[in-house]
Design a protein. Structure first.
Length: 186
């Protein structure tokens, strides 16, 4: 296994632990024990915990930006169809680990400038994807920006609020919300 692969395993373990127990839980000893390796293996890959945390943030941003690029490639005939495609992408399967990591990074961002910068970068890219679709539907720039914010608030909120909702009820609620979020869809 290459050094890069070993480093990526540490990063993946760090992100998983971040989602489980927050930034305070991302400790070299804990990760080494989970991975069944010594702390020495960590220091062959990273200078210190700070270097791991920076790499974790970089990987989180890269993963989110790649997901946004995929969303931008979704082809719909109309802006409304594109919005539906993004809703479908976010709601077809609940990624509990992904949501946990998202929430943990956002909590971390409250007390860390690097994490705050990462969150701002990802949020800006997400809103940049959706706001033009609302402008294409005839909304002013200010209203399109507000709708884009509501759109993403819905996408993340539904994964938290509808977590244990029975599938049929969840589907009905998601369709009703989409009808509110996407004009001309009711």
């Amino acid at each position: 296994m290459s050094g890069k692969d070993k480093a990526q395993k540490w990063v993946a373990a760090g992100l998983a632990e971040l989602g489980r127990s927050g930034i305070e839980g991302v400790r070299v000893e804990v990760l080494a024990q989970q991975m069944g390796v010594t702390k020495g293996g960590f220091y062959r890959q990273f200078k210190d915990r700070g270097a791991l945390l920076k790499t974790m943030l970089d990987r989180w941003v890269e993963g989110r930006l790649n997901a946004i690029r995929e969303q931008m490639e979704l082809k719909g005939e109309t802006p409304a169809a594109r919005l539906h495609s993004v809703i479908h992408l976010f709601t077809q399967q609940v990624n509990t680990q992904g949501i946990a990591i998202e929430l943990a990074v956002r909590h971390w961002a409250r007390s860390n400038k690097s994490a705050a910068g990462a969150v701002e970068q990802v949020d800006a890219a997400r809103l940049k994807l959706v706001a033009p679709l609302y402008r294409s539907l005839g909304f002013s720039p200010a209203k399109a920006d507000a709708r884009a914010l509501l759109f993403y608030s819905f996408l993340f909120g539904q994964s938290l609020l509808l977590f244990s909702t029975p599938p049929a009820r969840r589907k009905t609620l998601l369709q009703a919300c989409a009808a509110v979020l996407i004009p001309g869809d009711d």
